[in-house]
Design a protein around this ligand. Structure first.
Ligand SMILES: Cc1ncc(COP(=O)(O)O)c(C=O)c1O
Length: 340
């Protein structure tokens, strides 16, 4: 069989492949702790499940608007205003099958061969492949443990070329848990303001999982002048324990959202109607439960990070957010066990 040449540019998601292997071993009766795809181990809250069931019983089982039902787009606008101080109109937002598909739509709508996307490393494994799938070139910029795994303004300045289309900014980050303060985002924004051809995607999917006195901020909020070239991304997967419902969203300039809707209309048509009803309930319903999940993740971080740091040769940055640890084993490379 002849496959399309674009497949030569991408590999299957390694974390999804690892999750499948873990599931297969578990199905064989093996006791497996899967540390593969990033998902909360808590169940979706009952009031959110009930909203989905209700929508099915009420006959909400048909195709919907491409960008998402009106109630969902309104709930997204209300969330962005309430929690981030960002005012978007419903025609400036689009929902997708998880944030992943929203990013895919944005890349497909904006990237051509030769275009570049700056991806600060360490990064979520999917970003570079998704850029390559759209025919463009990912430009990885290594961010050291010494800088808290965060992109520095001078690094951003040096990475920008006339072909740069997007900067991917994921805070808190998968896989390091590093999160940018408002001041750090402002410093990066100053660089972006000098380069009007560069747009930014703020992947805020871990927004609610931040610990201690860290305060979450997002790019368009700290620098309103970037509103008209920022795509703010978020979703219900991580905050509301809804990874399987597959609802994410993006907010940005109308022209971009319209272009993304064109891609969506010719690929998936619309999102599952009952999942949208569940996402409306998640965004409009009680929010206190998120703090409960975050507190549990913080307990685990505070238990696991010192345990790893106590191992000679391992060292681990204590993350500001998300539910990942990113230990360095540099101190062990080249060492031998007693048995060789
Ligand atoms: C940084 C980041 N962005 C996006 C996603 C995907 O989220 P969704 O479930 O909304 O597609 C993930 C999932 O692991 C992630 O880590």
């Amino acid at each position: 069989m002849k496959l399309a040449s674009r497949l030569a540019r991408v590999k299957p998601s390694p974390s999804v492949a690892a999750a499948a292997r873990a599931a297969a071993l578990a199905a064989q009766g093996r006791d497996i702790i899967s540390l593969t795809t990033g998902e909360p181990d808590f169940d979706t809250p009952p009031h959110i499940k009930a909203a989905a069931v209700r929508s099915i019983e009420q006959g909400m089982t048909k195709y919907t608007a491409v960008e998402g039902i009106a109630a969902l787009r309104q709930a997204i606008c209300a969330k962005l205003e309430r929690e981030n101080g960002l005012r978007y109109a419903p025609d400036q937002v689009i929902a997708g099958v998880g944030v992943k598909q929203v990013i895919y739509n944005a890349f497909m709508a904006t990237l051509d061969a030769g275009d570049e996307v700056i991806v600060p490393a360490p990064y979520w494994v999917s970003y570079p492949d998704m850029v390559a799938l759209a025919g463009a070139t990912p430009v990885s910029v290594p961010c050291s443990q010494a800088s808290g795994f965060k992109l520095q303004p001078a690094q951003l300045e040096a990475a920008i070329t006339p072909r740069t289309r997007w900067l991917m900014l994921n805070s808190p980050s998968n896989p390091t848990g590093a999160a940018y303060s408002a001041a750090e985002l402002r410093a990066l924004a100053q660089v972006l303001l000098r380069h009007p051809h560069v747009w930014a995607m703020a992947d805020d999917i871990y927004e609610h999982l931040v610990y201690g006195d860290f305060r979450f901020a997002t790019l368009a909020q700290v620098e309103p002048e970037l509103m008209d070239r920022t795509l703010t991304l978020n979703g219900v997967s991580k905050a509301y324990c809804m990874t399987g419902w597959r609802i994410g969203y993006g907010a940005g300039p109308r022209e971009l959202i319209r272009a993304m809707a064109t891609i969506q209309s010719q690929s998936i048509t619309s999102l599952p109607s009952m999942c949208q009803a569940a996402a409306v309930e998640a965004l409009n319903g009680p929010q206190e439960l998120i703090a409960g999940f975050a507190a549990r993740f913080q307990e685990r971080r505070d238990l696991a990070a010192p345990l790893i740091n106590a191992v000679p040769g391992l060292s681990c940055h204590v993350p500001e957010g998300a539910f990942y640890l990113y230990p360095s084993c540099a101190g062990l490379i080249g060492r031998k066990t007693a048995g060789g």
